[in-house]
Ligand binder design. Structure first.
Ligand code: ATP
Ligand code: MG
Ligand code: FE
Length: 352
């Protein structure tokens, strides 16, 4: 089946066409991503109103390019999938409404996809991966360990109780005078830094739950940075290296707990898989590999272009749902907040 996927929940305007064979394998026919990073960079973060307006301006063209590159007409589609949340509501409205318009005109089924579910199912597009598996999702808005048990069947094992991991990277970058988005900048600076010059805290280390906390670490970096003011280039590199080293240790410890809980509750996972922009960090990939090795499971990571927000992941999640007959009515509402699992294992105020 051919499915068009539309992604507008944050600062990427994206559309893709994928084909799902009867054997359950997927093929990407097109995957167009227009990043709005330049529009938001002057503000040091994503500005919701600017993002929503940019999606309005860009989406038609991005969809047209995706359809043209796939060489597919709207009448050939078996489904149109859009991310219906969670995310910045203005953008979600643009993407979902556009998908509805296409389905209304062409009589195609609509699939309202949870953006987090799309991240969770992406490894099944790139690999022949059976359920169940363990997902580590770390992006600008999310940090979660999720048991992926089946399509639509997810249990969140851990989440951040404060900042998301990408958000922490971005904030550390900002306080050290590095440009937005900060993740890649911090990674690069850390390469020539001394990770042992500063003894930063390892948040949550040894805690019996699989949750994350990053704001204390971020504050420790800020305190050290203001003590050193004015910062030399080497100070910045050492601070980044110290911060990243603390994050790596935290990830390994939290995944030890998460993967143990997974095995106890659901049996051994088929793999540990990673998603989200933070997973493009090479040192973090190393930490994830270490965690997988310790748990005796395989580590799988889709290519970077499929780890960050994109249309192919939405199209693929749509195709997986469509194959199970899971389509959605035109009245489906866009959602700013939308938890992946019904079994919330952490207090609602920490929902992330
Ligand atoms: P959402 O949370 O809704 O999925 P997002 O746009 O924040 O959306 P992504 O596009 O997947 O998520 O990831 C962007 C985040 O990843 C940013 O916070 C960025 O700093 C971080 N990031 C990107 N590259 C790296 C890196 N090399 N090291 C650390 N963090 C990184
Ligand atoms: Mg993004
Ligand atoms: Fe995302």
């Amino acid at each position: 089946s051919l499915v068009l996927g539309i992604e507008t929940t944050c600062d990427e305007t994206a559309a893709a066409v994928i084909e799902r064979g009867s054997d359950g394998r997927g093929r990407i026919l097109s995957n167009i991503v227009h990043s709005q990073i330049e529009d938001h960079a002057p503000y040091g973060g994503v500005v919701p109103e600017i993002a929503a307006r940019a999606h309005v301006d860009l989406l038609d063209g991005v969809i047209a390019r995706a359809m043209r590159q796939a060489d597919v007409g709207f009448v050939q589609l078996s489904g149109v999938a859009a991310a219906a949340g969670p995310g910045l509501i203005g953008g979600v409205i643009v993407g979902l409404t556009t998908a509805k318009a296409i389905t209304l005109v062409h009589g195609t089924p609509l699939i309202a996809v949870n953006h987090l579910e799309a991240h969770a199912l992406t490894p099944r597009l790139t690999h022949a991966l059976p359920f169940p598996y363990c997902l580590f999702l770390a992006s600008g808005g999310h940090t979660q360990i999720v048991a992926v048990l089946g399509v639509g069947d997810y249990v969140r094992l851990g989440t951040t109780v404060d900042d998301a991991m990408g958000e922490a990277f971005d904030k550390v970058a900002k306080m050290l005078g590095l440009p937005y988005p900060g993740g890649p900048q911090v990674e690069r600076a850390a390469e020539t830094g001394d990770p042992e010059r500063f003894a930063f805290p390892r948040p949550m280390l040894g805690r019996p739950d699989a949750n994350f906390s990053l704001s204390g670490l971020k504050t420790a970096v800020r305190n050290e940075a203001s003590r050193l003011e004015p910062l030399e280039r080497q100070d910045v590199c050492d601070l980044c290296a110290g911060f990243q080293a603390a994050v790596l240790e935290t990830i390994i410890d939290r995944l030890d707990v998460g993967l143990t809980q997974f095995a106890e509750r659901f049996g051994p996972p088929q793999a540990l898989v990673a998603a989200g922009g933070v997973a493009s960090n090479q040192a973090i990939r190393g930490a994830l590999q270490t965690a997988a090795d310790r748990a005796g499971t395989e580590f799988i990571i889709p290519p970077p272009k499929l780890c960050t927000d994109n249309g192919a992941m939405i199209a693929w999640a749509g195709a997986e749902r469509l194959a199970l007959g899971l389509t959605d009515p035109l009245e489906t509402a866009p959602r700013a907040r939308w938890l992946l699992d019904a079994n919330v294992t952490t207090p609602a105020k920490f929902a992330n």
